[in-house]
Design a protein around this ligand. Structure first.
Ligand SMILES: C[S@@+](CC[C@H](N)C(=O)[O-])C[C@H]1O[C@@H](n2cnc3c(N)ncnc32)[C@H](O)[C@@H]1O
Length: 254
């Protein structure tokens, strides 16, 4: 009888459409975001025609930040979510955690131009092993980050652990369009236009090819809602944004 030997048969995962050893994915994702960091904000606007701003505002509308809340924004990159949260709840505090130093560097630079510096913390870390005690935060957000994480279930378990009872998780992520015709049109745009914009504006076709492939590999709305429930969250709901190009998922640590 043959048995699988973990050393000759390492666990694999996907990096876009490539199959890679699980322990190599984080380094590859880190490489992508180190490469795009200095142009990340400009490229977000160029590729989405500014629509990512509307989605992030929709996230805040549903989240309804309140005075005094402690936010943890994981995979927070250049700080878009934390800035919005603090704008809406001036007495709140925010911790932005990301595994890519150069993304946080850009965020810190942006924060220096505002008066929010004292209410913001920037921490290098991994969504799958958060460097915090349990029950510490009122709100956990992750925006366009979770599809890059090697083991999504581990990140959700960590979100549950660090939230206080009564705390809320909200995820903004690319998703699948329920209408096949629209999905077809969106795929044509994604695969033909986005890597080309990456090449022309950032001189980096590959990173943007990874971006569109990783979007197609991410679970659809219902499957992702199941994963959130399996992590222990209650009252899990989602809302489609722009026909399902992106979706917001909300859950509570009850
Ligand atoms: C597309 S950016 C999103 C940045 C920001 N949240 C936004 O919405 O604009 C994805 C970020 O996820 C980070 N990331 C990917 N995997 C991570 C992990 N395991 N732990 C922490 N951050 C991670 C990357 O470094 C990158 O900054």
């Amino acid at each position: 009888m043959s048995q699988s030997n973990p050393q000759s048969d390492p666990k694999t995962t996907h990096f876009g459409y490539q199959t890679v050893p699980e322990d190599e994915k984080a380094g590859m994702v880190h490489g992508v975001f180190t490469s795009v960091a200095s142009k990340y904000d400009m490229m977000n606007d160029a590729m989405s025609l500014g629509i990512h701003r509307i989605w992030k505002d929709a996230m805040m509308d549903w989240l309804a930040p309140r005075q005094g809340q402690k936010l943890l924004d994981v995979a927070g990159g250049t700080g878009d979510i934390a800035f919005r949260f603090l704008n809406r709840a001036p007495e709140a505090t925010a911790t932005v955690l990301d595994m890519t130093e150069s993304m946080l560097f850009e965020g810190r630079r942006r924060a220096e131009a505002t008066a929010k510096g004292e209410r913001l913390n920037w921490i290098v870390g991994d969504a799958m092993a958060l460097p915090f005690a349990g029950n510490m935060f009122d709100v956990y957000t992750i925006s366009f980050g979770i599809r890059n994480v090697t083991r999504i279930a581990d990140a959700l378990a960590e979100a549950y652990r660090v939230l206080r009872p009564g705390g809320r998780l909200m995820v903004l992520e690319f998703s699948q369009l329920p209408n096949p015709g629209l999905q077809w049109a969106y795929d044509r745009y994604s695969f033909n236009v986005i890597p080309e914009i990456g090449r022309l504006l950032a001189g980096d076709r590959e990173s943007y090819q990874y971006l569109v492939e990783s979007i197609r590999k991410f679970p659809d709305q219902e499957s992702f809602a199941v994963m959130i429930r399996q992590a222990g969250f209650g009252n899990v709901k989602y809302r489609n944004l722009t026909f399902g190009v992106a979706a917001l998922h909300s859950g509570w640590k009850l």
